[in-house]
Design a protein around this ligand. Structure first.
Ligand SMILES: [Mg+2]
Ligand SMILES: [Zn+2]
Length: 200
């Protein structure tokens, strides 16, 4: 058997908490997973367009000793299952388990958003076409993540999004803003000339 040719696809790098599931501070119980409705339809549309769908999440609760990686994995498995039940498919959820630096000045690792490590991990594992890829999230760190790798950025107004919107800087803001992931994905579709069924 010959392996499938590696077909490069654009990727949606989606924040987890506040973007695809309801924000719960330091969620470690899979039963606390609650899908954000617009995220279901948004991910379905990305699936139709042939996007890779990746979660990219800071989970410093691990580094802070609040819970372990198994707890994060259990939550992530539940998230993927719950979306799959709705016919919305996530390829993988990447996360940074590390703490911010003790003086708050930045990261001690290269994967805590806005550092680009999680995107680099996904690009190592999957053939990603960055030209139509984007980042969506509810915080400035998500916007800075996308800007750092040079792809469009979207702020969702779920989670901390509305609070974050009031604090947006004059420059370095998101390329677009939407009430939820679906409205963001629709705008991304317009930006890249995508519509309806898969045309990638
Ligand atoms: Mg978030
Ligand atoms: Zn990290």
């Amino acid at each position: 058997m010959t392996p499938e040719p590696a077909i490069s696809r654009p990727a949606a790098f989606l924040d987890r908490d506040g973007t695809i599931i309801e924000e719960r501070e330091y969620l470690s119980d899979p039963d606390g997973v609650e899908l954000i409705p617009g995220a279901i339809n948004g991910i379905q549309l990305l699936n139709q367009w042939g996007y890779w769908v990746f979660g990219v999440s800071n989970q410093s609760g691990v580094g802070r000793g609040y819970f372990d990686r198994d707890a994060v994995d259990a939550v992530n498995v539940r998230i993927i299952e719950r979306f799959a039940d709705e016919k919305a498919f996530i390829n993988r959820i990447y996360y940074c388990p590390h703490q911010p630096s003790s003086d708050g000045s930045g990261s001690v690792c290269d994967c805590r958003k806005p550092s680009p490590g999680l995107i680099h991990q996904a690009m190592h594992d999957y053939p990603v076409d960055l030209s139509r890829s984007f980042v969506a999230g509810d915080r400035q760190s998500d916007i800075d993540l996308g800007r750092g790798v040079g792809i469009p950025t979207a702020l969702v107004l779920t989670g901390y999004g509305r609070e974050q919107q009031r604090q947006l800087p004059e420059s370095n803001g998101p390329d677009l803003v939407g009430d939820n992931l679906l409205t963001v994905v629709e705008q991304i579709g317009k930006m890249f000339g995508l519509s309806g069924a898969s045309n990638i």
